[in-house]
Design a protein around this ligand. Sequence first.
Ligand code: AMP
Length: 416
Amino acid sequence: MKKTVKDIDVKDKKVLVRADYNVPLDADGNITNDKRITATIPTLEYLLEQNAAIILMAHLGRPKGKVVPSMSLKAVPQRLSELLDKPVQFAESDCIGAKAKKAAADLKGGEILLLENLRFHPEEEGKNANGEKDKAAMDAFAKELASMGDVFVQDAFGTVHRAHASTAGIVKYVKDAAAGFLVEKELKFLGEALDKPVKPFVAILGGAKVSDKINVIENLLTKVDAIIIGGAMAYTFLKSQEVPIGTSLVEDDKLDLADEILKKAKERKVDFLLPIDHIAVDKVDFANKQIPQGAIVQTTIDDVIPEGFMGVDVGPKSIEKFAEVLKNAKTIVWNGPLGIFEIDQFSKGTIEIAKIIAESTENGAISVVGGGDSVSAVKKAGVDKEISHISTGGGASLEFLEGKELPGIAALPNKK
Ligand code: AMP
């Protein structure tokens, strides 16, 4: 178990907090969704109660080691200040420059300072000024950041799968370090789902590619009672069993692998559920996520997709079959849409699954949903409040489900 913020002494200390403020901005630089900012409030409020001086570190976008004004964090302090009902200072232009250091040095208990985008420095991501990998440069940058505070709190779950200066490197240069409440919650839900799931444990995986989720499937096969597969991924599995899939999206170079996974599932007695019917269409405008005029949409009678058609959602019989398994589940993990859910007509499978998961949760199951698309589907279905845990880190939660060590978590000290 990793130390959490309550296990370390933060009273009257200067606390460096890594936060995920990678928020979406409109063309005028206004924040269009502040969910990531609100997610950090519990940790910040606790630190303020302890009269800590808070130095926030974050990144926005991918400036690739250069100062990109449109990727400044300058819109964040105002929103944060409204949420905390307190002024929030901003160290503009440079996160480790003389100005930032002075502001950090002058910061008193109960005050808050946000540093400018860490990724304006290539060292944050382990590179030097020439763009070459350079661990010494990353370490020196981490040390500079650490010099501004006493202890470190990691609350940016969305970046813990990266071995960066502000996620992993910084820990060895501070007096103590711990997970914030947000990271603690992520580790609790994801960790318990994987390490001691209440059975039956059912995983649902969707999305575009098998290749993106192979490691997740392989790791989950050792833990779950059933795996439900939807989305374009399903067609690679169906084709590997010689089921005709028409013009559906498929990864032909992954057919053998799909077949192997199905054999492994059988050996392990894991119920591996593929769609038994589909919504199919003869043409889709993928670029604009639209159905072109004159396109023919049909519901197939079984798992076979007619020639010239592509599968774009799971059909009603599949939803029913998946629902039966999900209704008995006591632990549910979901990542990835079951169809092209961005097109309303093809979003039914994904939305229905979201509702069924919510129902199972009301009946006592623990549900964990991760990945941007599944999270928006849960919201679109209006059931986000009913899910036990919605993960804030798409990439990080997938790597967690793969069973990988997350560098930003591994670096934190264990509880005594
Ligand atoms: P991923 O990022 O791998 O989770 O994939 C998400 C994307 O997969 C979404 O943009 C979906 O539109 C897409 N997707 C899901 N099902 C299908 C399908 N049957 N055919 C094509 N794309 C799909």
